[in-house]
Design a protein around this ligand. Structure first.
Ligand code: FES
Length: 114
């Protein structure tokens, strides 16, 4: 069985990139994990330049983790991926309200329309 999760992550730093791109990360995993945990692992172990909102309320309330996961608006703290799967992770909006990588300015509209 393939024990790797492949994450294709939207990257764009307006201070240094000319245009957005997707960076593909291979993460060895023995069990399913949430997208937020996956991003934390990438940030801590592979690529500290990746930007996303790291705060986790664990209460399904703050919505700071909302992003597009496989093209669907989802909660990164609850959506899971398992070994052998590929996941595409993108900000909930681009280019409007985009700040860097997966971080966007959260407005009431973005918070409500999930
Ligand atoms: S981290 Fe609060 S809802 Fe996901």
């Amino acid at each position: 069985m393939n024990s790797y999760i492949t994450a294709s992550v939207f990257r764009f730093d307006p201070d240094k990139d000319i245009e957005p791109y997707y960076h593909e990360y291979q993460i060895k995993a023995e069990e399913r994990m949430t997208i937020l945990r996956l991003l934390n692992y990438i940030h801590c172990e592979i690529d500290p330049t990746l930007s996303f909102r790291r705060f986790c309320c664990s209460l399904y309330m703050c919505r700071s983790c909302v992003m597009k996961i496989n093209h669907q608006k989802s909660y990164a703290c609850f959506t899971e991926v398992k070994p052998g799967e590929k996941v595409i992770i993108e900000p909930i909006t681009y280019p409007d309200l985009h700040i860097k990588d997966l971080v966007v300015k959260l407005t009431d509209k973005e918070m409500i329309e999930l």
